[in-house]
Design a protein around this ligand. Sequence first.
Ligand SMILES: [Zn+2]
Length: 190
Amino acid sequence: MLVNKHHPLNPLDYQPPDLVTPNVPAGPGELVLLRREAAAAVERMFAAAGSNGVSITVQSSYRSYATQVSLYGSYVAQKGQESADTSSARPGYSEHQTGLALDIGDANVGADCEFTICVEETAAGRWVAAHAADYGFVVRYPPGLQAVTGYLYEPWHLRYVGTAAALDMRARGIPTYEQYLGLQGAPGYK
Ligand SMILES: [Zn+2]
């Protein structure tokens, strides 16, 4: 399943059939929900990071269509639609609605680093950049590829694609899921 600015959820208010809560640390107020396979992979990944002394947290996971309506709406109200579209998906176009995406943080770093570029420099950010593929995840919005993904660099946003695809992408040096699937870039909404 690929979701970007050219490929919305179908239907727009799609709900995943098998959301579960993995047993992993979460940020304040975050009820972690992911599809069953992604949730199991997150548990394995966080356990491996933990054994390397890295404490990852989930800052955001599944978000419903209704949640995205209010989240995107608040971004548009704050900074206007053009700016909002570089960092927040319109309702029905968010990977978080698939139940296969999550945003990570580092438990040992302050909240002012969450959802910002500084995640890249944290132990958690460096660990997922190096090892997430081993558990089937990719850093979905790499630097300098907004023309392909439609989003600015998000070192905190991971997408579960399965280990076969994630390892293949890493081995072949393919940075985005669009390029891996041979799809055109999706810089903006049609
Ligand atoms: Zn995200």
